[in-house]
Ligand binder design. Structure first.
Ligand code: PLP
Length: 461
């Protein structure tokens, strides 16, 4: 790998080593809080690198026939993209900029799907000139655009699904209805376009495995229709929708069982059909913990409840919010379930109903209300786990608050991750390995990632 610039002195100083001493990941996050930001209240993420790898191992164990193409839109942090690339994962890109980003980090066009059914013409042209041939469509107009800008494209017809059991529904916006599939295929044929397969998305955060089963059965019908029209389809893309946190904890295994059974029934291995998926949140959701600082507080002492008694309610204003990396909380059905106060060590401490606001001037910027917390003080931190999906990729510039920074960690001892010094790829590592030390560094400095067997080696310099 080409060697890039040296770290500046300041950057080196932000790299801290912490004594491992059997610290859990959570304790490590707390250490970062006090060590990295004693006088800095800006939000930051700690990314547990092992988590990405563990999720991948769980994927290949449970869905051995399904090749993942990670949905970049979910979280395009370079370290995430580099690690997933080293694991051999492909990418689902939804725009010219996502294709550019993936290419700039070393991804190759043959491992990309341009998985957006409504694309600007200029983005289709960009895909064409950069060798990204596989793309989705669900309408006649999209076929016309593609025939103008990328007539050699390999097309995937996206069909609508029953997404009524998903946190985020997508089939209201995308996907051809089964009744219009025949016409679309005929039109593709008339335009001389090649349709190589079918895709669907059951909606993000899908709670019903039956949605996959039905969509796979529908895809089979489309394959059969296409075959009658002279197309030789060879790709099935089962989209995203997977999660494995909270209520979804064990669903991944259950879903995989149902999916494998449906695949074996409708697309058995000897059918020669390649199966891919576009998982987003599954890979990154649990890898990121967000630390936010209480930057302001307002005690409302005389709130009155239904019994006419007064009680104390506390409003907190924290350094990240709905306009920052927390817009994803609007997807959640319950109150944010993964929020905790590292200061609250004593379970018997009194707790107060609290409202948590983001930092901007807008009242929509509310993270939660009526959340029972022990009293926090200005300057203290709150932690929110499982913040990897649709967080950092959705930050806006409203009120120009600073974006959350990143620190990286691995659980220790990690059977999966090794820090390689010096690195065989760049030979430029600056930091000595230190037995029993855990390393943190800033995002841009993860440069080399290499897969060896089932473990990954990383380096920085
Ligand atoms: N593919 C497409 C086309 C999407 O729109 C999305 C999410 O919106 C994904 C994949 C990723 O979905 P998930 O994060 O639920 O896996």
């Amino acid at each position: 790998m080409e060697r890039k610039r040296q770290l500046t002195i300041e950057e080196r100083q932000t790299i801290i080593t912490l004594k491992n001493g059997g610290l859990s990941y959570r304790e490590t996050v707390k250490k970062v809080m006090v060590s990295v930001s004693p006088d800095n209240e800006e939000p930051f993420y700690v990314l547990n690198l092992d988590s990405l790898l563990k999720r991948h191992l769980r994927w290949i164990t449970n869905l051995p026939r399904v090749k993942p193409f990670y949905a970049m839109k979910c979280n395009n942090t370079p370290a995430v993209v580099r690690m997933l690339m080293a694991l051999g994962i492909g990418f689902d890109c939804a725009s010219k900029a996502e294709i550019q980003h993936a290419l700039s980090l070393g991804a190759t066009p043959d491992k990309m799907v341009y998985a957006h059914t409504t694309k600007p013409l200029s983005h289709i042209r960009y895909a064409c000139t950069h060798g990204v041939d596989v793309m989705t469509f669900d309408s006649e107009d999209e076929l016309l655009k593609i025939s103008l800008c990328h007539s050699q494209a390999k097309l995937i017809l996206r069909i609508a699904t029953d997404d009524s059991k998903s946190l985020v529904r997508l089939s209201t916006k995308f996907g051809a209805r089964m009744a219009s599939v025949g016409k679309l295929l005929e039109q593709a044929g008339e335009l001389g376009l090649e349709v190589i397969g079918v895709s669907f998305h059951v909606g993000s955060g899908c709670t019903s495995s039956l949605a996959y089963k039905k969509a796979i059965a529908d895809a089979r019908l489309v394959f059969d229709m296409a075959s009658l029209l002279g197309f030789q389809m060879k790709l099935l893309d089962i989209g995203g929708g997977f999660s494995a946190i909270g209520d979804f904890q064990d669903k991944f295994e259950e879903f995989s069982g149902v999916i494998n059974e449906a695949l074996d029934k409708f697309f058995p291995p000897d059918s020669g059909v390649e199966i891919i998926a576009e998982p987003g949140r599954y890979y990154v959701e649990s890898a990121f913990t967000l630390a936010v600082n209480v930057m302001a507080k307002r005690v409302v002492a005389n709130e009155v409840d239904e019994q006419n008694s007064t009680y104390k309610m506390i409003m907190y204003y924290i350094t990240d919010g709905v306009y920052g990396s927390m817009s994803c909380i609007t997807f959640l059905v319950d109150d944010i379930p993964y929020l905790s106060s590292p200061q609250a060590v004593d379970g018997s401490e009194p707790r107060y109903p609290s409202v948590i606001w983001g930092p901007t001037c807008d009242s929509i910027d509310k993270i939660t209300e009526n959340y029972w917390l022990p009293e926090l003080h200005v300057g203290e931190w709150l932690l929110i786990d499982n913040m990897g999906a649709y967080s950092v990729s959705q930050v806006s510039d409203f009120n120009s608050f600073e974006r959350a920074r990143f620190y990286f960690s691995r659980s220790s001892p990690s059977p999966f991750l090794h820090f390689r010094f010096p690195c065989s790829l760049c030979s430029g590592c600056q930091f000595e390995p230190a037995g029993g030390l855990q390393l943190f560094w800033q995002e841009t400095e993860i440069l080399c990632v290499e897969m060896t067997g089932l473990s990954l080696s990383l380096c920085t310099y």
